[in-house]
Design a protein around this ligand. Structure first.
Ligand SMILES: [Fe+2]
Length: 314
């Protein structure tokens, strides 16, 4: 699939060299930044955290913040300030970064992703995995009950956390492995780049509390009521996924259908490649994400980790 770039104006407010890391432009999206670490210092992160493994992080929540603290110790308070600043900046709200080939095991990827995410705030419980992160495989065949692992379908644009009652302020996706994969890139859309935002956000149903129910694989029996659009700092934010929202009338169904259709045809939706060992972190309140379909391949194998969570008080 050809990469589609978003023509949004290049954001430059955070571009700067810091002690131990540089903030650069993300070459695939004008709103995103790319952070590059000093490799020697990054290696020290892994050398000095060898005693921590993924199971330890699953069982002991404070260890997740201890990893974040190690990143701060190595790269300075500025790293936290910059990453938080980018995520909270309405004009951007996202960045990519990676392990830069200094690590390559799943345990190291979990540790690194956790350290980065916990500079921002605590990870939410992921009911699909039973812990604060989920690793999921996409392969040639799948019998699941949502589009998450169905390789050859377009995964429509949505936000995460619609059917949990915790706030889901941020989303992190990290690539662990990829073989025989063509296509399948992340598709992302910033709300302010969507031409129909006002039409749907100012609609009478924009603030209607729709019921959200998740399929059995999500292990969440509860029902949540959520308004689709809400304002934060005077700007529209969104909470939406077409698969789990339950309209009660034809009129409501039409609104949701038109909303999803409009997003899917938004010309500013961009596809972003994510190399193995890299992660993307987005503000989940004003970014939508989805996935392009993969090209058919019997040996397709791709594994991603996701984490979602809240902003902690600064
Ligand atoms: Fe998602």
């Amino acid at each position: 699939m050809e990469m589609t770039q978003c023509p949004a104006a290049r954001q430059e407010a955070f571009i700067q060299r810091h002690q131990g890391f540089d903030v650069e432009v993300n070459l695939h999206h004008g709103r995103l930044y790319h952070v590059v670490f000093d490799e020697a210092i990054l290696s020290r992160f892994f050398e000095e955290t060898t005693k921590v493994n993924a199971q330890h992080l699953e069982y002991v929540p404070h260890m997740r913040f201890m990893l974040a603290s190690k990143l701060k110790e190595l790269f300075g308070q500025q790293l936290q300030d910059v990453l938080r600043g980018i995520l909270l900046d309405r004009n951007s709200g996202g960045f990519t970064l990676g392990v830069q080939n200094v690590a390559s095991t799943p345990d190291d990827y979990v540790k690194f992703g956790t350290a980065v995410s916990h500079l921002i705030g605590p990870g939410n419980f992921d009911s699909m995995s039973g812990t604060y992160y989920a690793r999921f495989l996409v392969k040639d065949t799948d019998k699941s009950d949502s589009y998450l692992r169905q390789a050859y379908r377009l995964f429509t644009l949505h936000t995460d956390g619609t059917f949990v009652d915790e706030a889901t302020d941020w989303l992190l996706m990290m690539k662990f492995e990829e073989r025989n994969a063509v296509g399948g890139e992340s598709r992302i859309l910033h709300l302010d780049d969507w031409q129909d935002l006002a039409r749907f956000a100012e609609h009478p149903l924009a603030s209607y509390k729709f019921i959200y129910k998740s399929p059995p694989s999500k292990n969440m029996a509860q029902m949540i009521q959520r308004r689709t659009f809400f304002k934060m700092n005077g700007k529209f934010c969104i909470s939406f996924i077409d698969q789990f929202v339950q309209p009660e009338t034809i009129e409501q169904a039409q609104y949701l259908h038109d909303l999803s259709d409009s997003m899917e045809s938004a010309k500013n939706t961009a596809t972003i490649p994510l190399p193995v060992g890299d992660l993307i972190m987005l503000n989940n309140l004003f970014w939508l994400h989805g996935r392009a379909p993969f090209q058919k391949n019997a040996d397709l194998h791709r594994e991603l980790m996701r984490q979602r969570g809240m902003f902690s008080e600064a």
